[in-house]
Design a protein around this ligand. Sequence first.
Ligand SMILES: C[S@@+](CC[C@H](N)C(=O)[O-])C[C@H]1O[C@@H](n2cnc3c(N)ncnc32)[C@H](O)[C@@H]1O
Length: 199
Amino acid sequence: MSSAPAPVLERWLAAVVSTPGLTAIRDPATARTALLDDALRAVELVAATDGPVVDVGSGGGTPGIPLAVALPERSVTLLEAERRKCRFLETWASELPNLSVVWGRAEEQEPARFGVAVAKALAHPPTAAEWCLPLVREGGLVVLWIGESAEPERVAVVAERLGGTLEASPAGLLAIRKTGPTPPGFPRRTGVARKRPLA
Ligand SMILES: C[S@@+](CC[C@H](N)C(=O)[O-])C[C@H]1O[C@@H](n2cnc3c(N)ncnc32)[C@H](O)[C@@H]1O
């Protein structure tokens, strides 16, 4: 983001950095690049697909909080498995009318509720894809933040099993379109996608 971020984002960044257990980053400039600017790279991708947005494994609130501020007309849910992190996230949901928090695991949520699922540093990309794809409706989109070591061809195998297809996306992001229904048997039981990845 080239201009100054909204004041709520400045306060959120400062709080993430100073709250133990949310991030190892302590330097404000690094936090801005890694937690805010990196999240905002997906604004155009997310904006192009309708429907509510879910940030899976939101942790301290990225990418969901920056996206909620950038897209105030979109409903954004922060889904997070750890209760303690949810308490932190709830303080920001009380400030942003389009933001809400759900304490829970991806594989235990009602399927097809969202238009877009985003996930950054949730799990290895094949596991993250398996967790996220059932959450979006047909026609919806999953956006994963990926590192240089990610293997998109492994994610493509998982996507195909779950009714998804990889789409062209900017470097560092992987976009998966939900082109068909989630097949029977998915989501698999809690923990199985991580223990026995499909690819
Ligand atoms: C490494 S943190 C990343 C947090 C944030 N997205 C970021 O980029 O800073 C991964 C988060 O995902 C949460 N998590 C792991 N598995 C999950 C699942 N199956 N469903 C929901 N949250 C999950 C963890 O509790 C943790 O807070």
